[in-house]
Ligand binder design. Structure first.
Ligand SMILES: [Zn+2]
Length: 120
């Protein structure tokens, strides 16, 4: 399995840029966090138009905290690409499946360990 790291990096960097922009918007308008999940009612800068991909859907809680968390995950993923550990499960050290990385590019756990961690 060969991951297309250049493509993944470009995607992560794009999302980092987008999230940073979204966070800047939230920070400039404290009212947004009171309107649960309704980014469209913001100050009208077209943010909702971009809220269509996987990353932004995770903001559905409407919480700035989520965006900051996601941003940290993305930055960590970019660091792992630099370090050459990207795509490896931090728990068991096995490669994370390509399908999983396609869905969650900043994943640090293989599906088994993810399930084990969430396991209730
Ligand atoms: Zn694992």
């Amino acid at each position: 399995m060969t991951l297309d790291l250049a493509r993944i990096r470009a995607m992560l960097e794009e999302e980092r840029r987008r999230l940073s922009a979204a966070l800047a918007t939230v920070n400039h308008d404290g009212s947004i966090s009171d309107e649960t999940g309704d980014l469209a009612s913001g100050p009208g800068d077209g943010l909702a138009d971009h809220a269509t991909d996987t990353f932004m859907r995770e903001l559905d809680g409407g919480l700035e905290e989520n965006a900051e968390h996601l941003l940290a995950e993305i930055e960590a993923a970019l660091r792992r690409i630099d370090e050459g550990t990207y795509g490896t499960c931090v728990v068991c050290g096995r490669p994370i499946s390509e399908e999983r990385l396609a869905a969650v590019p900043y994943a640090t756990l293989c599906l088994d360990d993810k399930r084990a961690q969430e396991g209730r």
